[in-house]
Design a protein around this ligand. Sequence first.
Ligand code: GLN
Length: 287
Amino acid sequence: MKNIIQNCKQQLKEAGIESWNIDYLVLLCAALNKTKEEIVFADDNIELSKEEVLKIENFISRRINREPVSHIINHREFYGLDFHVDANVLDPRPDSEILVFETLKIAKNFEGNPSIMEVGTGSGCLSISIAKNCPNISSMLAIDISKEALEVCKKNIASHGLGSKIATLESNVFSRLRDEKFDIIISNPPYIKTKDIEELQDEVRNFEPRLALDGGDDGLDFYRQIIDESPKFLNKNGFLIFEIGFDQKNDLINLAGKSDFEIIDTVQDLAQNDRVVILRSIFLAAE
Ligand code: GLN
């Protein structure tokens, strides 16, 4: 088995996979259903079956083809929780954990039990992490335009035992919502400019859903739409909490300036990029 391990490392390294040193380990653990320790300290006495060898070969060649590790093993850790992921959803990113922190702060200090809606939920990682860590939430609704993404989301809701807390709805932004109102709306919408998509790394450009990335010509289509339409679905004093691209803070300040909302806070991620903006309705808050 040592030879095989060595060979996997070598192949990934030669293919220019920068994270080869962690990827080989994660892929082998998943292929062989073993712990990291069992792989690192494996000795040559361990015989692998033909199926196991084939599975390893398949995983390594997919990674060399730049498929993200999370898609190959169908798992991704986010906010300390395990999520099922596949090609139908945006891969949960550590940068987005800051949106969970900020939403939890607001939800925990909320008078009463807040209701939360998420627009463009994908894997459901944001809603699920929030619901898991905030017992005083009254209800949650996770919306996505993609039926396939919602299947992944429902799977994750079920595996985290949140079926009674989080409802899902297939809807293009708010198009299928009727009279419901929420206290907090959160969203990590597609925010990449269409023309920039071709410059993204292969893992993102070739394997992640365009639908979850493409924010239109200036990358702001969904911010514009959500800011415009959300007052109808927000309770008095409601919040709008967005993830943004690292260079979109000023764009959001401009958009908010022309709306019924004001930006009450912007927060940086761990890499010190502007990552979250928190808006509140001026009109409703002043009532
Ligand atoms: N953060 C993602 C990226 O840079 C984009 C996510 C999004 O558009 N919401 O690849």
